[in-house]
Design a protein around this ligand. Structure first.
Ligand code: GLU
Length: 333
C-alpha cells in the first residue's frame, strides 16, 4: 500500500502535545516547524492535546503547554481554548470516537484480545528463537501463539486483556516529506499494536489516527522518533477507510552529548527558560538556527521567521545543542 496518495484537500496541520510535563526545546522545534508550514502554505493549524494517559497526564500541563506555545509566538485556529468545528480538542473527551473505531476494526475481524503481560512478552523476546532486539521485537507469530496458549488460564484468573490490531502480512511504503521513502514489513517490523490497554485506556496509535482523520489533518509534522509508528498508523487508516495525511518527520534535537532531550530535563523547558528571563525571540532564533533557517543564532519573533520561511525547503538537519548555543541563549547556568 502507498500512504502518500492523497487528494487536493486544503492544508490542515497540527501539533499534538502530550501533557505529561512542560514543553522542552525539542517539542518547541517541532511545534515551530509545524506552525511555519501551516501558515506559509495558507492552511489551518490545529492544536490537539493528547491527554489520554490519565496517570501520566498532568492537568496543569494541559493549559500550561498552550501558554508555552503562545509565549513562543505561535497561534492556532482550533484547539481546546479556542474551540472549533472538530471539538473537543482534548483526547480524554473523545472516547466515543475511539470506541466506534475499535468496533469498526473488530467487525472486520482485525482485533484480538491479548492476555500477555509485560513479563510474558519479555520472556518471549529473550527466548533463543524470540524476535530480534529483545524487548523491542514486533508482536508476531510467537506472541500470537503464546497468547492463545495462555488465554483460558488468564481469563479464568480474571485478568483483563488489552486489545491489539492484527497487522496484515504486507509491506507498508510511504514517501516521508522530510525523511524520504520508507518501507516497513508489517509483520516483522511493526507487529500487532495495542489499540486499547488492559487498564481500559485508549492507546496512542488508535487515537492519533482517529483524530487526525476526523479533524481533516492533511500533513503531520512530528519528531523522527515516531517514524516506525507511521507504518502501523497507515495500516489503521486503511482498515478504517480514512484518507491518511502526508507525514513529515523531523530529525530530533539532541543535547551536546548526542542524547535526545527528555521532557523531564528541567532547565531546557520553555517555562524554565522564561522564568530565567530568556526572551522567546532568543528561543525562536536558536531553533531557527538548528533548523538551518538562519546562518547564525539571531533574535527573531516567530512572525519574522515566518515572513522569510520557504515551505519548499524539506531538508532539515538533526540539531545538537552545543554549550556555545546554550550560552547564547542565556541558559547555561
Ligand atoms: N502526543 C505525541 C507526543 O507528544 C505526538 C504524537 C504525534 O505527533 O503523532 O509525542
Amino acid at each position: 500500500m502507498d500512504g502518500s496518495v492523497r487528494g487536493e484537500r486544503p492544508y490542515r496541520g497540527r501539533f499534538a502535545p502530550s501533557p505529561s510535563g512542560w514543553l522542552h526545546l525539542g517539542n518547541a522545534r517541532t511545534a515551530l516547524l509545524a506552525w511555519l508550514r501551516a501558515r506559509a502554505l495558507g492552511g489551518a493549524f490545529v492544536l490537539r492535546v493528547e491527554d489520554l494517559d490519565g496517570p501520566r497526564s498532568r492537568p496543569e500541563a494541559v493549559t500550561g503547554n498552550l501558554e508555552e506555545l503562545r509565549w513562543l509566538g505561535l497561534d492556532w485556529d482550533e484547539g481546546p481554548d479556542v474551540g472549533g468545528p472538530h471539538a473537543p480538542y482534548l483526547q480524554s473527551r473523545r472516547s466515543v470516537l475511539y470506541a466506534a473505531a475499535l468496533e469498526r476494526l473488530a467487525a472486520q475481524g482485525l482485533t484480538f484480545d491479548c492476555y500477555l503481560s509485560r513479563k510474558d512478552l519479555a520472556e518471549l523476546a529473550s527466548a533463543p528463537h524470540g524476535p530480534a532486539g529483545a524487548g523491542e521485537g514486533a508482536y508476531g507469530a510467537a506472541e500470537r501463539a503464546r497468547n492463545v496458549a495462555l488465554t483460558a488460564a488468564k481469563r479464568a484468573a480474571g485478568k483483563a486483556p488489552s486489545v491489539r490490531f492484527a497487522v496484515p502480512d504486507v509491506v507498508v511504503t510511504f514517501d516521508d516529506l522530510f525523511a524520504g521513502p520508507r518501507s516497513y514489513d508489517a509483520r516483522r517490523e511493526v507487529g500487532d499494536v495495542v489499540v486499547r490497554r488492559a487498564d481500559g485506556l485508549w492507546a496512542y496509535q488508535l487515537a492519533v489516527v482517529v483524530d487526525d482523520a476526523a479533524m481533516g489533518v492533511t500533513e503531520v509534522v512530528r519528531g523522527a522518533d515516531l517514524l516506525p509508528s507511521t507504518a502501523a498508523q497507515l495500516l489503521l487508516y486503511a482498515a478504517l477507510g480514512a484518507e491518511p495525511p502526508r507525514f513529515a518527520h523531523l530529525p530530533l534535537l539532541v543535547d551536546g552529548g548526542g542524547e535526545r532531550l527528555a521532557k523531564r530535563r528541567g532547565s531546557l523547558t520553555l517555562r524554565e527558560l522564561a522564568a530565567a528571563g530568556v526572551r522567546p525571540e532568543r528561543v525562536v532564533g536558536l531553533l531557527a538556527h538548528g533548523l538551518g533557517l538562519v546562518p547564525t543564532p539571531t533574535e527573531l519573533t516567530a512572525a519574522e521567521l515566518l515572513a522569510a520561511f520557504d515551505p519548499s525547503r524539506t531538508a532539515f538537519p538533526e540539531a545538537r545543542l552545543t554549550d556555545a548555543e546554550l550560552a547564547w541563549l542565556g541558559a547555561d547556568a
